[in-house]
Design a protein around this ligand. Structure first.
Ligand code: ADP
Ligand code: ZN
Length: 732
């Protein structure tokens, strides 16, 4: 960092991580160099903050430079590339966020702006000590063989199996000189030729189409579609290999952190080194190293969550978005963005290909592929002999569960048979805890969260009632707080804990594992449990949507979906799509290694077209129906949606501001505003919420409209907050 001293002569616009709509202008001290993209430190109020030198003129550009505050320091860090800066601007415009708030996502690791300190090291010289010992001989022999002939002190002692004092003695005698080693790479360089597989005909053809895109060095989008187990990962690994061979960097996006371990192991087996990881749970030192080495171009492949999109790649050659349909790609906090869509934009600005991967693509992506806007590469068959499971619907009206239970005799029998064969069953229910609602049988009192409009979920294992929205929890009381009656509380409906209880009542000797994201022990425990399952150390697995993804369980041959109606009933326009994707993914877990396998989907509405499509595995019929329906309703991708969420500490202020926004909506033939309506989740963490839905035609300039609407409305006052969600995924 070079410190400022002299009088200011030049000015620069600097984008700082705040909600300000424009960069601020700072004076640049004499001798300071700071072209666009340079990361600098500037004063902001009483604080020092990092910022990026921006293009064009900043606010106050006309002010006399002598009156401006000076740039405090210029970091010794590669500047953000032009395409990264354009990306920040693009995301800000599209999501109606302040560019500074988008830049904030890039500048989150300030410790990485300074170069990593060099590591002290030793290098062999020509001089040899007068006195030799066996230990000294070993050290010198080892050091003489190695390439390059530079070691860390402890690394050398360890490798030679001697104490540090032996190495120090040799250094003193002049056999080694002390040098500065470059900082350790956070991961070794992947080798594109390391574990190349033998791809069979269709796979090889698909891989060639992707590697051609990589070689073309231009923007393109390809949908790589194929049933689970078809080898999509193997195929896109070839595209990664091609980008690596061309000397470029690769970003692989994955929706779920808990699953990255199995991905990382697989990547390492293919490329001889793991990818650099990127997600919110990374230790700070690793974060710093990854950020810095990505900026310098020495990290070649990053596997990360959606925030990896904001890493400052030096030379991006390929972006892969695995499970592109996954809802986890949507961020709904501060800057609302869909990382899948923004990945396509990033690729476009970086002039590199994007590959979207899924067994059940989003309706939008599939439509783009069918229309020829995206290339469509398909892998229709499972690899080797692995057959897709037979999937059947269980009509719960015809084979109802026993009183108080949730598992039908059909499913229980299939579980018994699977157990007998020594194979595994998976019961899937997307509901954590024991029961989603607790009520008092005497007075009808229902236990609700005091901060949110949500029922408290009983977690029997912990003896708690929990709110899944704000985290509020309280012990399960012995008596009803309303009427005081003892022992009259009843659990309504099932959560996975309750399904586990029912399972154990039927199969007392079975080894049952319950998996959910809020499990005690977190991600680490989850990983261990998954490994145990893969090794066959469980008979029955009961889990939430977490188990739907990733992982190969070779012994798994039966998947039971406890309540398929759950996802279809929540009033979300994407409910059908989500249910189809989830159920396909869950049932796709079974039979991945050639054994005969089954999926049983419990439902009270077996005639529902989405469930029928799941049972028939009729992807084409499903997408055709969905696309027709979206077209009729002018829903995305045939129309555009944005949500405006107004929240406040009191209901009245939220509603009043919602109305003011509505009143400020310009008249338009292309765009319609609905609401404000109280949000389905009307109260979250003590904040009252109202929603407006803005629905436009395919051609509508949604962003311009929203901007005009917000500008014409009064500024939010007091506790009122306005959030804009372009292309909303959630309607709660
Ligand atoms: P997908 O990503 O489509 O679900 P994967 O790439 O995970 O499929 O492949 C499924 C399984 O088959 C994996 O265990 C993978 O290693 C194996 N596999 C797929 N293609 C090949 C191949 N050509 N050679 C060896 N193993 C393969
Ligand atoms: Zn709550």
């Amino acid at each position: 960092m070079s410190a400022d001293s002299s009088t200011a002569t030049q000015t620069v616009p600097v984008l700082v991580p705040t909600p300000s709509p424009e960069p601020y202008t700072y004076a640049l001290g004499e001798g300071m160099q700071a072209g666009p993209g340079t990361i600098v430190q500037v004063p902001l109020g009483p604080r020092q903050v990092p910022g990026v030198v921006w293009n064009g003129a900043g606010e106050d550009a006309a002010v006399d430079p002598k009156k401006l505050r000076p740039v405090t320091a210029v970091f010794d860090c590669p500047p953000l590339t032009g395409d990264m800066r354009r990306f920040i601007g693009w995301v800000a415009r599209y999501t109606l966020s302040a560019p500074g708030m988008v830049a904030r996502m890039v500048l989150r690791v300030p410790a990485a702006f300074e170069p990593e300190p060099p590591v002290p090291g030793l290098q062999l010289t020509e001089r040899r000590p007068d006195r030799m010992t066996a230990a000294r001989e070993r050290v010198l022999a080892l050091a003489g063989e190695s390439h390059p002939m530079a070691w860390t002190r402890s690394g050398l002692a360890h490798a030679a199996g001697v104490s540090l004092s032996v190495v120090d003695g040799l250094t003193k005698a002049g056999a080694f000189e002390e040098i500065a080693l470059p900082p350790q790479p956070v991961v070794a360089a992947p080798d594109p030729a390391y574990g190349a597989p033998d791809l069979h005909g269709e796979q090889a053809q698909a891989a060639r189409m992707l590697t051609d895109e990589v070689a073309a060095h231009t923007f393109s989008v390809t949908l790589l579609e194929g049933v689970t187990g078809a080898g999509k990962t193997e195929v896109y690994f070839e595209a990664i290999a091609a980008a690596l061979a061309a000397g470029r960097q690769v970003l692989v996006m994955l929706p779920e952190i808990a699953l990255t371990q199995s991905f990382i192991d697989r990547f390492e087996a293919r490329f001889g080194a793991p990818p650099a990881p990127w997600h919110s749970d990374l230790p700070p030192k690793t974060r710093e190293k990854v950020w810095r080495q990505v900026a310098e171009g020495s990290v070649r492949v990053v596997a990360g969550a959606r925030s990896a999109l904001f890493l400052p790649f030096a030379d991006l050659g390929l972006i892969v978005v695995d499970e592109e349909h996954d809802a986890a790609y949507k961020q709904e906090d501060r800057v609302y963005y869909n990382a899948r869509d923004m990945a396509v934009v990033r690729a476009k600005l970086a002039h590199c290909p994007a590959v979207l991967v899924s067994a059940t693509p989003s309706v939008e992506t599939r439509h783009n592929a069918l229309e020829g806007r995206y290339r469509h590469v398909r892998l229709p068959r499972r690899f080797a002999d692995a057959a897709l499971p037979d999937v059947a619907l269980v009509d719960m009206r015809k084979s109802p569960p026993a009183r108080g239970g949730f598992l039908s005799p059909v499913l229980l029998e299939a579980m018994a048979e699977t157990l007998q064969r020594g194979e595994q069953s998976l019961l899937f229910l997307n509901r954590r805890g024991y029961a989603p609602l607790t009520l008092c049988r005497a007075c009808g009192h229902r236990f609700a969260c005091e901060n949110c409009s949500a029922w408290l979920v009983e977690h029997r294992f912990r003896g708690q009632l929990q709110c899944h929205h704000c985290g509020h929890h309280e012990p399960v009381p012995e008596a009803c707080p309303q009427c005081g009656t003892f022992d009259h509380l009843v659990a309504c409906g099932p959560g996975i804990e309750r399904i586990a209880e029912e399972t154990l009542a039927h199969f007392a000797d079975a080894r049952v594992i319950v998996l959910s994201s809020d499990m005690v022990g977190g991600v680490k425990r989850l990983r261990l449990e998954m490994e145990a399952i893969a090794k066959g150390e469980a008979d029955i697995i009961i889990g939430t949507q977490l188990v739907a993804k990733g992982h190969n369980f070779p012994l798994l041959t039966l998947v039971g979906v406890v309540d398929a109606d759950l996802g279809l009933a929540n009033g979300d326009p994407r409910a059908a799509e989500r249910t189809f994707q989830l159920l396909s993914q869950v049932t796709g877990r079974a039979g991945r290694t050639g054994r005969k396998s089954h999926g049983l989907i419990q439902t009270y509405q077996p005639e529902h077209p989405v469930l029928k499509a799941c049972a028939d595995g009729d992807l084409e019929a499903f997408y055709a129906a969905q696309i027709a329906e979206r077209k009729r309703g002018a829903m995305p991708p045939f129309g555009r949606l944005a949500a405006i969420i107004v929240s406040a500490n009191d209901r009245q202020s939220a509603e009043a501001h919602g109305r003011a926004l509505r009143a400020a909506a310009p008249a338009s033939g292309d765009i319609m505003v609905l609401g404000p309506a109280e949000a389905p989740l009307a109260l979250v963490r003590g904040r009252h919420r109202f929603r407006l839905l803005v629905h436009g035609s395919e051609r509508a300039d949604m962003q311009a409209y929203l901007r005009a609407m917000i500008a014409a409305a009064p500024n939010p006052r007091g506790s009122v907050r306005v959030a804009v969600d372009v292309d909303p995924q959630s309607f709660l």
